[in-house]
Design a protein around this ligand. Sequence first.
Ligand code: FES
Length: 132
Amino acid sequence: MKDLADQIGYSQKVMEHFMNPHNVGVIENPDGYGKVGNPVCGDIMEIFIRVKDDVIEDIRFRTFGCGSAIATSSMVTDLAKGKTLEEAMKITRDDVATELEGLPPRKMHCSNLAADALHAAIQDYREKQKNG
Ligand code: FES
């Protein structure tokens, strides 16, 4: 596995999250939902959150995309779980890539989806609170 990862320029962390992604799935009637598309390749990522007392209690993702998009989705859900909404809003695109010990430069655009989808889900939750 390590040799393969080296050959294609992925860190061991990326390979781990790609082969065994965390928090895959959907949440029925989520408190917040975010969906973003990657304009570069057309791939799509969805994030579902369950919120209690301003904390992300549960988070799931569904990604129709490449290995890097799946690995970054997995990582962003790990980073966001248990955080307050305010803390989760501060997770950046760079944080996700850094936690994965980097991505090959031509795959950096893939890592943008994860933080964007997370922020969209939080935004959706906040809108619902305002309107509900
Ligand atoms: Fe589309 Fe990576 S190639 S997200």
